[in-house]
Design a protein around this ligand. Structure first.
Ligand code: ZN
Ligand code: ZN
Ligand code: ZN
Length: 782
């Protein structure tokens, strides 16, 4: 504690501070108020357009202490990006005040992300003497819903779905007291004045019970499927240790193979079901509380049907008081908590909508009357190569800004097709939307429009340019062009893999030229073919294709994505195997008739588009090694292939390099890219199968060979250009083994390697990359 007596004759000073970052709606003003009181300073604080404005006056040493503590003791949900300090003439204030935004004459635009229940609130929730004992909606300035309950700026109670709950005198006193933890906590509520929960049957009729939460627990333990209204939408929940209940949920939801997320009570419980690294534990306990993909423990009691065929489990911790109450009953060990929707539809948020859409799935509903204004799925993250990586960026991360390496004019980047996320950008920042799902139908497009309107209002961004993917057939491309036309705006098309690489560059502030690797599923190329195994010499505003995986046909087009055996036949044929031979048929698990049809299609170029996709090479290998003929969800085959190798040691750079790739020299000066061929890889892989090498070993050699092939291409690129930085991106970078091998091998060759951290390397990160490309192109034009 500092000595608070005024030093005799200390120089008085007044300073203006503009603090930028995440400083609104996170308890920053009361924190500064307390700090000013403790340091004996006068002045004021208020929310400003870009952060908070503070003026403080007092003895110089006190000002210095104030400034130091401002950074070191900032509240848990805040993030200080910058503090600009300016000297002012003394004004002689008598005390320190918190002033409203109106006093400053400026509107504050910040809406924080939703944050998990804080330890103080959790203690109150479970304390029988507390006035909020077992109250399912308690929160404070350090926690609670934010983005999902906000209609428009400024972030004030009347603009949120808490508007219809006038605070009781006790809550109001807390709300008005700058020294209280609930000072200006917009969703502040209690049993007296706030939202409540009730139980509804599958038929829509209310079920009268004494305690709806206890009744919900009873039903879950009896194996029922419950639809539970949460923060960003409804969850469908069953007892995760009950195999029959899990399978019934899968049947009704028509989600047969895709892993289901599991919520457990606390970190200790998470350790019991997964072998967690320190990084994974840190990720699990961040206020964003993402689902974390971690290694499942054998015999941990989680039903087999939760995540069939893979060694990982998507596990997460309760982040809302209602969820904590479910786990307060010690009989509840683990709950499946999955977005309440049919496959790839947007998550349900409205009570009536939920009843309509989920009536055939849920046995009963746990409803509440705090309206969800923004749909927001749970975020998904993983620790890849020792660092956190976002797989799905949604609740807890939206609408936090991600910095751009250069100033952008106001623009909208619409993203891609699958796992859509759009981004609005202005100045140094891009604001990505929550995960919106696949833009394949009108429901998806409706969700897109709804979220776009909201974010445009929130950040007061009127786009002057619209950025979209190069693919002419994407729904997002058509929509973007139409939207731009209606408004008389320019539109810019960005090649899919350039956007991937540019996103990685932008995250790391790289604006020069790098070797970009986009290792991906599918994206439309500048030659009209389907790219996805690309080495690009990339700047933010353009690229040259240096190398790519050799083209192979995708017999049946889209069907080859859903049925990896087709890809296997395409790849084996390209590698010189006779598609009709008994051995090939056995390798891909096809009948002679099936193989003949496909061979004919490929020979005659019928519905067999060419692809250089690495994702499809993984699919093909999984089809051959694991006999995975058909997939239920995107990248399933590749994920399973990575999964079987999970216990195999990673190949270090000097060890066995894995299967071989071959290289067909390009003509760099003539803009003919190098081609990376997989024929030797297939021959060696099939030899290993013949000699009954283990699947785990084969999968490990496959990963090592692919990594070595791309590292070799990077070496050739460095030889040709002198570039030494490699940016890794694309959906395949979710593959931990591949990401780690690439980094190790590249670093061993002296490259500087960059990977995504705050933006997904998959298609969820595309819009951020598109925004970076457009910003670079537009800054060059002007
Ligand atoms: Zn709290
Ligand atoms: Zn109250
Ligand atoms: Zn992609």
């Amino acid at each position: 504690m500092t000595d608070r007596t005024q030093p005799e004759g200390a120089l008085l000073k007044r300073e203006a501070l503009l603090v930028c970052g995440v400083v609104q709606g996170v308890g920053f003003r009361p924190f500064v108020y307390r700090l000013a009181l403790e340091e004996g300073l006068a002045g004021f604080i208020g929310n400003d357009t870009d952060g908070v404005t503070i003026e403080v006056e007092g003895p110089e040493p006190r000002l210095a202490a104030f400034l130091a503590r401002l950074r070191s003791e900032a509240p848990p949900l805040s993030r200080i990006d910058s503090v600009a300090v300016n000297d002012l003439p003394l004004a002689g204030d008598a005390r320190f005040r918190i002033v409203s935004s109106q006093v400053l004459g400026r509107v504050s635009t910040g809406i924080p992300a939703d944050a998990a229940t804080c330890p103080d609130c959790l203690r109150e929730l479970l304390d029988p003497r507390d006035r909020r004992y077992r109250y399912p909606f308690l929160n404070c300035t350090n926690c609670g819903p934010r983005y999902t309950i906000t209609r428009r700026i400024p972030y004030d109670r009347p603009q949120t779905s808490m508007a219809k709950f006038p605070m009781c005198p006790a809550c109001q006193r807390e709300y008005d007291d700058p020294l209280n933890r609930r000072f200006h906590a917009q969703p502040n509520a209690c049993w007296e004045c706030g939202p409540s929960v009730w139980l509804v049957g599958a038929d829509g009729g209310e079920i009268t019970v004494e305690d709806p939460v206890t009744a919900c627990i009873g039903r879950l333990l009896a194996g029922q499927i419950m639809a539970i209204k949460g923060i960003g939408g409804f969850h469908l929940s069953v007892d995760a240790t009950n195999q029959a209940a899990v399978m019934r949920l899968r049947q009704r939801k028509r989600r047969y193979g895709k892993p289901l997320a599991v919520m457990v009570r606390d970190l200790e419980a998470a350790r019991a079901v997964c072998a967690l690294t320190a990084e994974e534990e840190a990720l699990l306990t961040t206020p964003a509380r993402p689902i974390v993909l971690a290694r499942r423990r054998e015999g941990c009691g989680i039903a087999e049907g939760v995540a069939p065929g893979i060694p990982w489990l998507g596990v997460y911790l309760p982040y809302a008081p209602l969820q904590h109450l479910l786990f307060a009953d010690r009989r509840v060990r683990a709950l499946v908590m999955t977005s309440a929707n049919l496959t790839e539809e947007p998550i349900a948020i409205d009570n009536d909508e939920a009843q309509k859409r989920l009536g055939g799935i849920a046995d009963a509903f746990l409803m509440h009357d705090r309206e969800i204004l923004q749909r927001c799925d749970d975020s998904v993250a993983a620790v890849v190569d020792g660092a956190a990586q976002l797989v799905r960026r949604a609740r807890g991360f939206v609408p936090l800004a991600v910095e751009l390496p250069l100033d952008a004019p106001p623009l909208l980047a619409v993203g891609g097709h699958l796992k859509n996320v759009f981004a609005l950008a202005r100045g140094k920042f891009a604001y990505q939307s929550q995960h919106l799902g696949d833009l394949e139908n009108l429901t998806g497009l409706e969700f897109f429009r709804e979220s776009l309107d909201h974010l445009m209002r929130t950040f007061e961004i009127e786009p002057r340019t619209v950025v979209h993917d190069l693919h002419p057939g994407y729904l997002s491309t058509g929509w973007a062009k139409e939207w731009a036309r209606e408004r008389g705006l320019d539109s810019i098309a960005v090649q899919h893999h350039h956007a991937h690489v540019a996103g990685c560059m932008a995250e790391h502030g790289l604006s020069g030229e790098v070797i970009g690797m986009a290792l991906d599923g599918t994206g439309y190329g500048t030659d009209g073919r389907i790219w996805g195994g690309e080495v690009l010499l990339s700047k933010l505003n353009g690229f040259e294709r240096f190398a790519h995986l050799e083209y192979v046909p995708m017999p049946g087009g889209e069907a080859a994505i859903k049925e990896p055996w087709r890809m296997a036949l395409g790849h084996l044929r390209a590698a010189g195997f006779d598609p009709g031979s008994a051995e090939t048929l056995a390798l891909v698990g096809a009948t002679g008739q099936e193989a003949r049809v496909l061979a004919r299609m490929m020979e005659r170029n019928l519905n067999s588009p060419l692809t250089s996709s690495l994702g499809r090479l993984f699919d093909a290998a999984a089809a051959v090694v694991l006999k995975r003929r058909v997939v239920d969800y995107e990248a399933q085959a590749a994920i399973e292939l990575e999964g079987v190798a999970v216990d195999e040691p990673d190949d270090e750079p000097d060890d066995e390099p894995g299967y071989s790739m071959e290289f067909a020299a390009g003509d760099w000066a003539g803009h003919i890219p190098l081609r990376i061929g997989a024929a030797p890889l297939w021959r060696e892989l099939v030899d290993d199968l013949r000699t009954e090498v283990s699947k785990a070993r084969i999968a490990a050699r496959f990963h090592a060979g692919v990594a070595a092939g791309f590292v070799h291409a990077a070496l050739l690129a460095r030889e040709a250009t002198g570039l030494g930085k490699v940016a890794l991106s694309g959906g395949c970078m979710h593959n931990r083994r591949l990401a780690r091998l690439l980094r190790l091998k590249l670093e061993a060759e002296g490259f500087e390697v960059f990977q995504h951290a705050r933006v997904s390397p998959g298609d969820g990160g595309l819009s951020y990359g598109q925004a970076a490309v457009a910003a670079a192109m537009l800054s060059k034009r002007s």
